[in-house]
Write a new protein. Structure first.
Length: 104
């Protein structure tokens, strides 16, 4: 990446924040669910690191990653266990955006 990250649209920021607020508080109430959530978020974030170097590509990958998440998880011997795929993908996307912003 050679310049600053494009500004994240407000609606996308709200979606990212909502996803994180749905998943991460599980650490207090459901440690196993939290562990599963952060494992899945990390898996998706790794996919985004391999394929996405800008905001546009991160946002473009969202629908495909949401649809593919159950299969990606199963291939690694994981289950979603009731976690919403959109929240997992959005939390991973937020993480990837922060990484790109830190590099800019």
């Amino acid at each position: 990446m050679t310049g600053p990250l494009d500004p994240i649209p407000p609606a996308v920021l709200v979606r990212f924040t909502s996803a994180e607020s749905r998943l991460y508080p599980m650490a207090m109430t459901d440690p196993e669910g939290y562990k599963r959530a952060i494992t899945l978020v990390g898996m998706v974030a790794n996919e985004l690191r391999r394929q996405c170097d800008d905001l546009e590509s991160i946002l473009e990958r969202r629908p495909d990653l949401i649809a593919a998440l159950p299969g990606l998880a199963a291939a690694k011997g994981l289950e979603l266990g009731g976690l919403p795929p959109d929240a997992v993908v959005d939390a991973a996307s937020a993480l990837r955006c922060r990484e790109l912003q830190a590099r800019a």
